[in-house]
Unconditional design. Structure first.
Length: 238
C-alpha cells in the first residue's frame, strides 16, 4: 500500500487542531476464527455518532507520566518515534491501555504498585493494583482525520491479542457508558456493522496480518481526502 502524507486543509474548511490518539484492536482466537472487540458510539456523540468502533481515544497530558510495566518492542517503538517525540511514544501506549479500560472495562496490565500521585483518569485502573502494560502491542496502522471533521485525530492503531487481558475478557462490568453493545465479533462479520470508513479499512488490514507473529512489514498511514476516498473504500470492503 502507498503511504500518503497529511495534506493541507481544503479551501473553505475550518481548521481544527489535530490531537494524538490511540486505538486498540483486541483480537481473540486469532489463529483459528479471529474475533475483534467493538462497541457502538452514542447517537449524540460529536465524533462518529452511532458507529461501531474499536476502543480508543485522545492522549491525555498525564499519559506521558504514568509508569508502565512493559512497552512495545523495538521495531514498533522506532516506527512510533518517526512521527512523535519520546514522551509522546510513551503516552500513546499508556493512552491505549487507559482507553481500553475506560471504554470496555478490560485491564491490560501487570501486577505492580503505583508510586506518588495517581492522575485522576488513572485512579480506577491503579486501584486494581496493576500497572499498564503494552509489552505485546503491535503498532499496525496510522490514520489522520480529514480536514472539515468536527474533531481531528492522528490515531495510531495497536493490534493486541486478548490473551493479554487480565481476568475475564467477557466481563464489561467496569466499562463506562461511552460505548454500548460491546461485543466480540467475527472479523469478517464485523464488516456488516455500521462502521466509519477508516474502521472498514483497518479491518481489511487486520485480516491480512492477524495470524502473523511480530510487527507487520510496514505501517500504512492514510488520510481521507477526495483523492484517496475511493481507494480506501475498495480496500476496506474487499
Amino acid at each position: 500500500m502507498t503511504r500518503v502524507p497529511e495534506g493541507q486543509p481544503a479551501a473553505g474548511k475550518t481548521q481544527v487542531p489535530i490531537r494524538d490518539a490511540a486505538t486498540v484492536i483486541l483480537v481473540r482466537d486469532r489463529l483459528s476464527q479471529p474475533r475483534v472487540l467493538m462497541g457502538k458510539r452514542g447517537s449524540r456523540a460529536v465524533f462518529m455518532p452511532s458507529k461501531f468502533v474499536f476502543p480508543g481515544g485522545a492522549v491525555d497530558p498525564a499519559d506521558a507520566r504514568v509508569p508502565m510495566a512493559g512497552r512495545v518492542g523495538p521495531v514498533c517503538a522506532r516506527r512510533l518515534a518517526e512521527a512523535a517525540p519520546p514522551e509522546r511514544v510513551h503516552a500513546l501506549q499508556a493512552a491505549a491501555v487507559r482507553e481500553v479500560w475506560e471504554e470496555s472495562g478490560l485491564l491490560l496490565g501487570a501486577p505492580g504498585d503505583w508510586q506518588g500521585t495517581v492522575p485522576p483518569d488513572w485512579a480506577d485502573f491503579s486501584a486494581r493494583a496493576h500497572l499498564p502494560c503494552a509489552g505485546n502491542f503491535r503498532y499496525v496502522f496510522r490514520a489522520i482525520t480529514p480536514p472539515g471533521a468536527p474533531r481531528r485525530f492522528d490515531a495510531r492503531f495497536f493490534l493486541v491479542d486478548a490473551g493479554a487481558v487480565v481476568g475475564d475478557p467477557d466481563d464489561f462490568s467496569y466499562a463506562s457508558d461511552e460505548l454500548s453493545e460491546l461485543q466480540w465479533i467475527d472479523l469478517e462479520q464485523a464488516r456488516s456493522l455500521d462502521l466509519p470508513l477508516i474502521t472498514e479499512v483497518v479491518l481489511g488490514e487486520v485480516a491480512d496480518i492477524v495470524t502473523l507473529e511480530g510487527p507487520p512489514e510496514c505501517v500504512p498511514c492514510f488520510r481521507h481526502d477526495d483523492e484517496q476516498l475511493e481507494i480506501l473504500r475498495r480496500r476496506g470492503m474487499r
